[in-house]
Design a protein around this ligand. Structure first.
Ligand code: SF4
Length: 414
């Protein structure tokens, strides 16, 4: 829901912009940053980065550049909005960058998969520690015979999981999907390679670093607001960036602002916000973010079902590059190979009450574990999202998401 900016009047915004100007001058002096430094605004198409860009342009005009890293999982409105925001603000057009995974990246991955999937593998952590998984290369084993039932269920025709994986390990034309194919899974809370590779590194490699290479001193302005999470609140308003601490700095001009202030600033400058907000979105990052909450999933399913369909198609491919899904897809077959080999880790298999038969995983789940389901498909998650609050599990998941979602230091994922 949009928070009403009604209590903020234009003179407040004017004073708040003056505060930013004065604080910034103080930091520039304190850090001895040359006056001809370059300002680069990290842009996402969301309200906070739009406000940041508008303020930066208002104060420094064409000195200000901007960059948006398109993850290829954005809503089409957001990309369109970013492409046209310069017409509303009067700034330079947004530099759209994208991480492109090459055929070479995939060739390297294919070599690694061909080498490693031949071997048996001992699971080293979690409930299955000590379990030895069979080769995914041989076609004449009991496991392969059982796996071919999975393949039939999935509507594919391969002799081995390795063949199935190799069939999709090539550039797909979509960077988000390519990242997941190369990692063998979708990003998750504790392994958010999407933010790192598709956002932070793409913006740095393609927009920031070239400026540093030219000898410029760069200050990145990001629309991070402290009231969104305790992690965001903990960031310093101004500091040197560890990636190049003598020449690159980070400034968070609206760190203390509220969402109401941000929308009031839109009004003050006559900027229309991203239309997704007008349709009820609370955030406009990826459509959807892998970490988004139950309400957001239900809303996307209702309003933008083509994005759910997109994720369903991605899941069908990504499961083929996941060793775990191949192994666990054979759940109803007696997984006796688990106990056949002498265990290399000096202890017995730890199944903690689980029986191999209960494990029948068919998906490398885009949304991860949801609603008590271990690895649900996006369709399962959508059905769950349409239900009520869902009890304690939901509350716990939501509580963690509210504080953790997209807490990028650079505000690149809103
Ligand atoms: S918005 Fe979510 S899915 Fe998109 S890059 Fe950020 S963390 Fe990843």
């Amino acid at each position: 829901m949009i928070e009403a900016p009604a209590l903020i009047i234009p003179t407040d915004i004017s004073a708040m912009i003056k505060e930013i100007k004065s604080a910034y001058a103080g930091y520039v002096a304190k850090f001895r940053i040359p006056s001809d430094h370059v300002i680069v605004v990290n842009y996402s198409g969301g309200k906070d980065s739009t406000a940041t860009l508008a303020i930066a342009h208002h104060l420094f005009g064409d000195k200000v550049r901007n960059v948006m890293a398109d993850t290829d999982n954005e809503h089409e409105y957001t990309v369109e909005y970013a492409k046209n925001i310069h017409q509303q603000i009067g700034c330079r057009p947004v530099q759209l960058v994208k991480r492109i995974y090459s055929e070479q990246d995939f060739a390297k991955r294919r070599v690694s998969v061909q080498k490693n999937w031949r071997k048996r593998q001992a699971i080293r952590m979690g409930a299955y520690r000590g379990v030895v998984m069979p080769s995914l290369y041989a076609s004449d084993t009991k496991f392969a015979e059982a796996w071919r039932k999975s393949a039939k269920r999935w509507g594919i025709d391969f002799d081995t999981p390795l063949d199935a994986a190799l069939s999709v390990l090539k550039p797909s034309g979509n960077s988000f999907l390519d990242a997941a194919l190369l990692h063998g899974k979708f990003p998750m809370l504790r392994d958010r390679f999407c933010t790192d590779e598709l956002k932070i590194n793409a913006a740095f490699d393609q927009a920031i670093n070239p400026l540093l290479e030219e000898g410029e001193v760069v200050v990145q302005w990001s629309g991070v607001r402290g009231d969104e999470s305790s992690k965001r609140a903990s960031y310093a308003r101004f500091e040197a960036d560890r990636r190049d601490s003598s020449f690159l700095y980070n400034f968070l001009p609206i760190h203390k602002w509220t969402a109401s202030d941000v929308f009031a600033l839109h009004k003050y400058f006559g900027i229309k916000p991203n239309p997704l907000y007008l349709e009820g979105a609370a955030r406009v990052g990826c459509m959807n973010c892998v970490l988004c909450n139950k309400e957001e999933i239900a809303q996307t399913a209702a309003r933008y079902p083509h994005h759910i369909e997109k994720h369903r198609e991605w899941e069908q491919k990504v499961r083929l590059v996941s060793r775990w899904v191949h192994w666990m897809s054979v759940g109803t077959f007696d997984q006796s190979w688990m106990r056949k080999y002498s265990l290399p880790l000096g202890r017995a298999v730890q199944l903690y009450g689980l029986t191999p038969e209960v494990q029948n995983i068919d998906w490398s789940a885009f949304y991860g574990t949801r609603g008590g389901m271990g690895a649900p498909s996006v369709n399962d998650v959508v059905e769950w999202a349409k239900t009520g609050r869902g009890g304690k599990v939901y509350d716990l998941v939501k509580a963690s998401l509210d504080t953790e979602v997209c807490s990028s230091r650079y505000g690149l994922c809103e």
